[in-house]
Design a protein around this ligand. Structure first.
Ligand code: P6P
Length: 340
């Protein structure tokens, strides 16, 4: 009988901790707490529709969006897991206007801060479309033992020590990186463990999928309209016309393109002059994963990870995926190169 080698998330985190000679297990412990919280959220999502957890919570969140009951649930589960980990001194999440300062003595000693979108794409929940949780981990700047401050959450994405996402789809996966490549773990519900299923993920330099909400076409600036037409033209050498795939759930659209090759676009447009997606807890963690897998992430002119956030909920135009496709979009946006 073939031996079925299972490497659980916990095994892998412990194994990889050895890559960091000075590691004392704090990041490992934090990542394991995130994994546990993801399993709890997953259980609730899988029953959505059967229990009174779908639909709106009746609260309009700080984004002015109707908060879903599951948004609220996921925000609480991840917040509690991070607070009790003893490794995290505060968090910034999509659901809260300001950073959440953990005041417990053991938490204030935490070395890390976490920025999260606890449940991205949750408006899709009621229609059984896959959604995700996105996380980004930094070392704090302020001294350990003191209360965390806003500046701790406004670091450039290059300062991330780890980032990842959970995708609650046909199966539930956790994909993360600590800066040494990207690895994917699939939840095996029969044993309640995330098991290594996608070791050392590399994204193709080119792809044939473009993901953008073409319903916004009339609001796009000219260069984006031209890029969409470029994707739709026939050119066998470059494999065009490309395929259009858009779920409307960032983690799902990104994850498919990460594995198959492709590019995701959320441009600034006349409806969303700064773009829609949030730099700190959506663009940066996804960009970190993309780059670690050999891809690229840009705001059209600048590397996403090099942007210095000015506020926690700052929005950014976002182009992410196969390196050569992101570069092509930048060429369309760069007037000097557009007509070459
Ligand atoms: P639109 C979900 O609301 C989300 O934040 C991302 O997950 C997704 O990529 C984007 O918004 C979809 O936005 O405007 O196309 O519905």
């Amino acid at each position: 009988m073939n031996s079925y080698k299972i490497t659980t998330l916990n095994d892998f985190i412990t194994l990889k901790q050895k890559d960091f000679p000075f590691a004392k297990g704090e990041l490992s412990n934090l990542l394991n707490h995130i994994g546990t919280a993801a399993k709890i959220v997953n259980k609730k999502i899988n029953k959505a529709g059967l229990v009174d957890i779908i639909g709106r919570s009746g609260v309009v969140n700080i984004q002015g969006e109707n908060q879903q009951k599951l948004d609220n649930f996921a925000d609480k589960v991840f917040t509690d897991a991070l607070r009790t980990s003893g490794e995290c001194c505060g968090i910034a999440t999509e659901e809260n206007q300001n950073e959440i300062v953990f005041t417990e003595k053991f938490a204030k000693k935490g070395k890390y801060i976490v920025c999260m979108d606890p449940l991205d794409g949750s408006s899709n929940i009621d229609y059984n479309v896959s959604v995700g949780s996105i996380f980004s981990i930094y070392r704090r700047i302020t001294p350990r033992g003191e209360k965390v401050k806003n500046e701790d959450f406004l670091q450039e994405g290059t300062e991330q020590v780890a980032a990842g996402y959970v995708i609650y789809g046909s199966s539930t996966m956790l994909v993360y990186s600590t800066g040494n490549g990207v690895n994917g773990f699939t939840l095996d519900p029969s044993i309640g463990e995330f098991c290594l299923s996608h070791p050392d993920i590399k994204t193709p330099d080119d792809g044939k999928i473009y993901s953008i909400n073409e319903g916004n076409y009339i609001f796009f600036h000219e260069e984006i309209k031209k890029y969409i037409k470029y994707c739709q033209e026939k050119d066998e050498d470059s494999g065009r016309p490309y395929t259009s795939r858009y779920i409307g759930s960032l983690v799902s659209d990104f994850h498919r393109n990460l594995l198959m090759g492709g590019v995701f676009l959320y441009p600034q447009n006349k409806k969303a002059p700064k773009g829609k997606l949030r730099l700190v807890y959506e663009c940066n963690p996804i960009a970190f994963i993309a780059e670690q897998a050999g891809g690229a992430a840009s705001d059209g002119k600048k590397r996403i990870l090099a942007i210095r956030p000015k506020s926690i909920h700052q929005r950014s135009p976002f182009y992410v995926g196969s390196k050569n496709m992101v570069r092509k979009i930048e060429d369309f946006i760069d007037e000097r190169k557009r007509n070459n």
